[in-house]
Write a new protein. Structure first.
Length: 259
């Protein structure tokens, strides 16, 4: 009789997962470097961890910055996260997702995911895409904010404008993020700018595109004629009272008034 606590998956997948777990390494994040470093001698499995001399292995970052022992600054991964600088990050969120029929909303987001992958695979290279349940986040390995605008305009013009039952809000930020392979060898990402872009998207109203100051600055310094579509809104504050200076992107066919 099979135990109710053992998942019904193939044995080779289970063995691979367990092997990867044993090979995890511990990394700590330095806020001043904005980078990750491997903890010397502290690895999994637990036996290796217990035989380590903690005092000898927990030190400052290689550049001498004092350590901040914080559980949010520690990650267990197969390899060191890759730092991707000068990137554009887009967050798409369906407004009032939880207030509508969940089955219908699931179907709507599935259609949007397919549309996004179609656009990304046709026109862009070097991206990482992740669904968020009520939308998605995509990281573009490009410092050109115009490419992020291109993607949003294509998604709206080719798909969203025909879906009047979906209200969306989009955030665009610029900066660095970290990518890594999870235990299933799938590429994933995280980072402060990833968090920031979700906050910026949440400031929006129906069918609004908001840009962080850093993303807007890139567009404003370019020769792209669409920079005239940017409207400075000033500061918005998230639930932690952190300020974000944001810009509204609005053209004749995209974006509603910010409220």
């Amino acid at each position: 009789m099979k135990s109710a606590f053992i998942p019904d998956i193939k044995n080779d997948i289970l063995m691979s997962y367990m092997a990867n777990t044993q090979n995890l390494k511990q990394f700590f994040y330095c806020h001043q470097c904005n980078d990750f470093y491997e903890e010397r001698g502290i690895v999994l499995p637990l036996g290796s961890y217990l035989t380590s001399i903690i005092q000898d292995n927990i030190g400052n970052c290689p550049k001498g910055h004092p350590r901040s022992i914080d559980k949010e600054d520690i990650d267990y991964l197969l390899e060191k996260p890759v730092k991707n600088a000068n990137s554009s990050i887009i967050c798409f969120d369906i407004k009032d997702f939880s207030k509508k029929n969940q089955i219908q909303q699931f179907n709507n987001t599935s259609l949007i995911h397919v549309a996004c992958m179609n656009i990304l695979s046709q026109y862009l290279k070097g991206f990482i895409y992740k669904g968020t349940g009520d939308g998605f986040i995509v990281c573009l390995s490009s410092q050109d904010t115009s490419k992020a605008i291109d993607f949003c305009e294509s998604l709206i013009a080719r798909y969203l404008k025909f879906l009047s039952f979906i209200s969306y809000r989009i955030g665009i930020a610029y900066g660095s993020y970290f990518s890594y392979l999870d235990l299933n060898n799938r590429e994933d990402f995280f980072g402060q700018v990833v968090i920031d872009v979700t906050r910026i998207a949440n400031f929006g109203d129906n069918n609004t595109i908001l840009l962080s100051k850093s993303a807007a600055d890139i567009l404003l310094k370019s020769n792209d004629a669409r920079k005239k579509n940017l409207v400075k809104l000033g500061y918005c504050f998230d639930k932690h009272r952190k300020p974000y200076k944001v810009y509204n992107y609005k053209s004749k066919s995209i974006g509603t008034s910010f409220s």
